[in-house]
Design a binder for this molecule. Structure first.
Ligand SMILES: *Cc1c(COP(=O)(O)O)cnc(C)c1O
Length: 496
């Protein structure tokens, strides 16, 4: 199995090279040259296995330059007993005939843990294969959850340094506190004045700057990425869609071969892309439902074929989806353009120069066949949390609520009765203030932790210990920089 670049399809690298590099030199993203297939018999066989064994199998199809022992030890390390608050790792919760897949049972209470507990292991093994002994410098741009999950995954991992940039006013108080209290000798956190797109484009610019790369190399260092542009982030995410399907077969909720819908609250398009890749491997999927908040650039793209980021940016109750430039969409374009790298370069070029691009009618049609899309605002988000709690006694976080609402609208509009899996991406206590507004609109509280207590009192749902404990922690990091200062912050942290 080899990997190519979305912007130059003559590139060939191995899995470990793709993971260490993070992004291709031409600015493109690494994608597998072909999708390995899982037959229905195999899917049925996998239904008898636990999460770790399904993960080992799926990874072995993609990471062909890893030995079986390496894959086993990466997976065992990532999902070791006690790290996730559910034995199933990604348990399914039934909600009026459909299923919520709880992807937030990991150490930082967001779905990012599913991949970011594994990525440091994959990266360490990959770096050894390259055998050049360089320190890997992980640069992260985060809309809140990736930052913490990456810090936790990489803390004190040998031969790595990690630096996280987050938008100063674009994350929840709990997310900010999670990052700023991070322990570990190799970690650093910095807020930037701007939004997530500023952070992400700043990080991408640093990555692809030849002069900066040279300076790192002189100091025996090399950049890599823990954002979902890194193949090592995406491949672990494919696993939980394969796992979800297997669990549904096991429960008898679907017959082997029966199609399901997959509903994903979407920001950077990484999570839903992983679901699309699972389909390409043979998981039977009818529709992907792409759910957005008020930043509905993807809803418009999927329904019209035009991607246009020239629009107002909104901060919402679902901050991890406050994104106008969804990087992983580039990988979908590569597929719908039938792997024509020139077409991808054209689109990405006009995104930079004009802030928009349009795909052809054929591509728009392919996308509309595979994907449905919808969006909802903050009021609807809170209503959905309130209603789901009242009717189902199940507490949603603000992001998952967007998915539930968009799915309800979709099901009503189309009459589609296909069994559906909704990706649940965060624990509700990461967004306590908003969740409290949803379940008790008149309740007034002074602080984030008062909101935690109030939500607990009203719903009886336990707050995960690792979030409750933040109350007594003192932040280690408090720096805020301008976007133009990011390179300086990187050099400062590295001492070069
Ligand atoms: C990151 C994140 C998302 C968006 O996922 P993408 O892969 O960027 O589309 C949704 N919800 C939560 C809670 C997140 O942390």
């Amino acid at each position: 199995m080899q990997y190519t670049s979305t912007r130059n399809n003559s590139v060939r690298v191995t899995a470990s090279q793709a993971i260490v590099k993070g992004i291709s030199e031409d600015g493109g993203l690494f994608v597998p040259t072909e999708f390995p297939q899982i037959s229905l018999e195999k899917l049925t066989e996998l239904s008898a296995l636990g999460y770790k064994d399904v993960a080992k199998y799926v990874l072995s199809l993609y990471l062909t330059d890893f030995t079986k022992e390496e894959i086993d030890s990466c997976v065992e390390g990532a999902y070791a007993d006690g790290k996730f608050s559910s034995e199933d790792i990604a348990p399914l919760h039934e909600l009026s005939g459909n299923f919520i897949e709880e992807l937030w049972r990991g150490p930082t209470c967001a779905f990012k843990d599913m991949a970011l507990q594994l990525l440091p292991h994959l990266l360490t093994v990959s770096a050894k294969k390259q055998a050049d002994g360089k320190t890997i410098v992980i640069l992260v741009a985060t809309s809140g959850d990736t930052g913490k999950a990456a810090l936790e995954g990489f803390k004190d991992v040998e031969n790595t340094r990690i630096l996280v940039f987050y938008p100063s006013d674009g994350v929840s108080p709990m997310q900010k506190l999670q990052m700023n209290t991070q322990q570990g000798e190799n970690v650093c956190v910095c807020a930037i004045k701007g939004n997530f797109d500023d952070a992400q484009s700043g990080v991408k610019a640093i990555f692809t700057d030849g002069e900066i790369a040279k300076k790192l190399a002189e100091n025996n260092m090399q950049f890599s990425s823990a954002n979902s542009i890194n193949w090592g982030r995406l491949v672990p995410q494919i696993v939980y869609y394969v796992f979800a399907y297997c669990q549904l077969v096991k429960k008898g909720a679907v017959k082997p071969g029966e199609k399901i819908n997959i509903v994903v609250p979407t920001g950077n398009f990484g999570n839903i892309l992983a679901a699309y890749y699972a389909k390409k491997m043979g998981v039977p999927v009818n529709k992907f439902v792409c759910a957005s908040n008020k930043n509905n650039v993807l809803t418009d793209f999927i329904t019209t074929g035009e991607y246009n980021k020239n629009r107002e940016f909104f901060t919402t109750y679902s901050p991890s989806m406050d994104i106008l430039i969804s990087s992983n969409l580039e990988r979908l374009l590569f597929e719908v353009f039938d792997r024509d790298d020139e077409k991808v370069r054209e689109c990405m070029g006009s995104l930079v120069t004009d802030g928009k691009y349009t795909v052809g009618d054929i591509q728009a049609k392919i996308i509309a066949e595979e994907f449905a899309a919808g969006c909802c605002n903050d009021v609807q988000t809170l209503e959905t949390i309130g209603k789901t709690f009242k009717e189902e006694n199940y507490l949603l976080d603000t992001h998952t609520a967007v998915a539930v609402k968009v799915f309800e609208d979709y099901a009503q509009k189309t009459g589609d009765k296909t069994v559906s899996v909704i990706a649940s991406t965060a624990n509700p206590y990461k967004f306590s203030a908003a969740v409290l507004k949803a379940v008790a609109p008149d309740k007034k509280v002074e602080s984030e932790f008062d909101a935690v207590d109030a939500v607990h009192e009203i719903t009886g749902v336990e707050c995960p210990k690792q979030l409750a404990e933040l109350k007594d922690k003192t932040p280690r990091f408090d720096r805020t920089c301008e976007k133009s200062e990011m390179t300086g912050v990187v050099f400062g942290m590295l001492g070069i």
